[in-house]
Ligand binder design. Sequence first.
Ligand code: GSH
Length: 206
Amino acid sequence: MENVTLHYFPFKGLGEGIRMLLTYGGQKFEDKRIPWEQWPEFKPKTPFGQMPMLQANGKTYSQTLALARFLGRKYGLAGETLDEAFEIDQNMDFFTEIRVKSSTPMFEQDPEIKKKLKENLDKNYIPGALKQLNEIIGKNNGHIANGKLSWGDFVIAGVYDALKNMLFQMPDMDEKFPHIKKLKDNVLSLPKVKEYVATASPKTEM
Ligand SMILES: N[C@@H](CCC(=O)N[C@@H](CS)C(=O)NCC(=O)O)C(=O)O
């Protein structure tokens, strides 16, 4: 691809998986990190008022999973059969559900309601959902599907720190769910990704 620019905030979050996928694919790209103060002005220029957003060959691409799947197809990381592709999609939909449900307190303004929402998730949802995700990854040798590397692994590894530190606020997540941590380590130990993370990855806890 020519003239490739990735737009995201100056942290890892949903943008980091896409940065790592582009790096894995050997794709040169401009890693444009939009500061929060400039976001209101930039937001209307994105297709859905959100980032990550990729521009390449004069076209605009958005939505994290669609983007990651698109790059995954380019780089041979999207399954070799329809069934393999399905397993990645299925397990990534489950992962996304966990991420989205767990973020509901973040959007609540009332501090009392926010606290109650978080307590309810911590008690009734997050531990069970992470246990199931951890088991899925355990059965797949430290990957989200098919026992091998796929685009889904990059999305999860990229957003791992944000989940642990911000959404779940779970300092012992690595010990509690070691297979999820192993998935992150598997992606971060890929040689090109390792070099990218050491030199260009945003130095943030999320
Ligand atoms: N469904 C979108 C969600 C993207 C999203 O939530 N982006 C956040 C940052 S992680 C964002 O742009 N927030 C700013 C806003 O909504 O104004 C995707 O998967 O890419």
